[in-house]
Ligand binder design. Structure first.
Ligand SMILES: Cc1cc2nc3c(=O)[nH]c(=O)nc-3n(C[C@H](O)[C@H](O)[C@H](O)COP(=O)(O)OP(=O)(O)OC[C@H]3O[C@@H](n4cnc5c(N)ncnc54)[C@H](O)[C@@H]3O)c2cc1C
Length: 493
């Protein structure tokens, strides 16, 4: 008899663990509350414009191939991948800009215009980050259950690599110019971390980008989601969308199945890819939660949220690259306002995704499909998004048109949709509307992150952004490797 597994949620973590376990001989059913799979990587199409709603930057294609291997598939047979150059264009508040690329010489030449000594330090910084990458990826710490023993073994190496000190502090050692300090320290923001306290181990990301590239797949990120869904189904897996789990059934502290749409799904194991606080808080009665009590859930620190504008525009803007960052003058103060002071800042730093730059099919001819992502505080801030979302949208559009110089933007808009922290809560069950889940700070990293195997309930597992190693598509694919190892070890071997 094949062991039965139910996975709650179909983000990349859910899909990846589904493929891994199905290909290992289990019978896997994936239950998703929304009408389509993908989680944050949802997509919508309107008036000829295609919008990926969340992740847009594809990195670490080798980790994606590792997943495809489970289904005997090759990326190139399914996806038309394009390597981007530059990876990003970064606009600083003073009007200067930098095309961030993996080309060492071009990076150094640009950096030398800001600060010659910084340019000379580029190689040693990258060499430092390559050692962090080696620990997490090459030596497999990111795909191994991070128990106490693993942590004790890693500690001397972590100290030697300064992997525990705040990311920004490490970057400061190498670079003087504030623009370089931003450029090499901002990556934790991509995974919901505050660069001024996220441990430097997350600075492996610049090296991961350099060594593996930054990619786009034609048709958008959702093509990857659809491919994973198809691979899973071809392996015999079952997907049920429009199916919101409302209870994990537990007997004698053992997970026995889940309830959804009035039906009981009896299983040998349950994996939750849904938000951790939602899973423990809403799906499991508190009498079963010894470690993850209400008090622990409330004390846990949750990451920021995001305000997103999806814009279809009848115009091309040459100053924008496929990935463009537009920065405010403030960095640390802005991040503090968002993470800690829970203030909606008057100034913005924003990220723009314009996939039609690389794939014209993403928008009608001569038009651009873009999204604007502004990091904002999570719902702890008490901001009434229903009330302010229109005025906030107006403010962003005015900034882009009048201060940044996207001429005639407002007049050229065909389609505009918003997504607020409230939508993260309503549509994806993200606690406090946090877009990245549990904040990757030192006390919530590695061994201190929620474990991939529940500490409270037997045969209950977690996968996705809230577990080890954490958010971001590569991180989440690694969580699936870690969780799969645990499930197979517990239920099969
Ligand atoms: C705006 C944005 C931009 C990003 N950009 C990038 C990027 O460019 N590159 C990158 O690598 N990473 C990026 N990330 C991070 C990355 O997208 C996420 O870390 C990753 O997609 C999270 O995957 P996950 O497996 O944790 O699941 P999620 O995507 O969080 O999916 C969880 C799923 O569970 C479902 N669910 C919840 N509760 C239930 C229930 N009770 N029953 C059934 N289903 C339920 C939800 O509907 C959802 O589909 C971005 C994130 C955001 C929000």
């Amino acid at each position: 008899m094949k062991k039965k597994i139910v996975i709650i949620g179909s983000g990349f973590g859910g899909l990846a663990s589904a493929i891994r376990l199905q290909s290992a001989g289990m019978h896997v059913t994936l239950l998703e509350k929304n009408e389509k799979v993908g989680g944050h990587a949802y997509q919508f199409i309107k008036s000829g414009y295609t919008f990926d709603m969340g992740p847009s930057i594809i990195t670490a294609p080798d980790l994606i191939q590792r997943l495809f291997d489970c289904a005997d598939a090759l990326i190139e047979d399914h996806l038309d991948m394009v390597k981007l150059d530059p990876f990003y264009r970064i606009y600083f508040h003073d009007g200067s800009s930098l095309n961030y690329t993996d080309d060492t010489n071009r990076m150094k030449a640009q950096m030398a215009c800001f600060n010659r000594e910084d340019a000379e330090n580029y190689d040693s910084f990258m060499s430092h980050t390559s050692q962090l990458y080696d620990a997490v990826i090459t030596d497999g710490l990111g795909s191994t259950p991070f128990d106490l023993w693993t942590m004790l073994k890693f500690l001397p190496r972590a100290i030697r690599l300064q992997a525990l000190k705040p990311a920004y502090n490490l970057v400061m050692r190498y670079f003087e110019d504030p623009r370089h300090r931003f450029t090499f320290s901002f990556h934790p923001l991509f995974i919901g971390g505050n660069p001024f306290r996220a441990p430097s181990v997350y600075l492996m990301i610049p090296y991961l980008e350099k060594v593996g590239g930054v990619w786009f797949c034609k048709g958008g990120m959702y093509k990857l989601v659809q491919t994973l869904e198809n691979l899973f189904k071809e392996l015999g897996g079952v997907v049920e969308t429009g199916t919101e789990v409302d209870q994990i059934v537990i007997e004698n502290q053992v997970a026995k199945g889940v309830k959804a749409n009035g039906k009981f799904y009896k299983t040998d194991g349950v994996i939750s890819n849904a938000d951790l606080a939602h899973t423990y808080g809403d799906l499991i009665e508190s009498k079963h939660r010894r470690k993850w009590s209400w008090s622990k859930l409330h004390k846990t620190k949750y990451s920021m949220s995001a305000f997103l504008l999806y814009i279809g525009v009848r115009k091309k803007y040459l100053q924008l690259e496929h990935h463009t960052l537009i920065l405010s003058k403030r960095y640390k103060e802005l991040v503090n306002d968002i993470f800690d002071n829970k203030l909606l800042p008057d100034d913005f730093s924003m990220y723009l995704h314009i996939p039609s730059k690389t794939d014209p099919q993403m928008a009608p001819k001569g038009c651009e499909s873009m999204y604007v992502l502004i990091p904002v505080p999570n719902l702890d801030a008490g901001i009434n998004w229903n009330k302010i979302k229109n005025s906030y949208t107006e403010k962003i559009l005015s900034f882009l048109e009048h201060s940044f110089g996207l001429t005639d933007l407002k007049r050229s808009i065909d389609v505009i949709e918003t997504f607020t922290p409230l939508d993260f809560k309503r549509q994806r069950n993200n606690h406090l509307g946090s877009a990245w889940g549990i904040e990757p700070r030192l006390t919530q990293t590695a061994y201190f992150r929620p474990h991939n195997r529940s500490e409270d309930i037997r045969n209950l597992y977690f996968v996705g952004a809230n577990t080890h190693p954490g958010a971001g598509v590569p991180g989440v694919l690694l969580t699936a490797e870690t969780t799969t190892k645990l499930v197979l070890g517990d239920l099969v071997e």
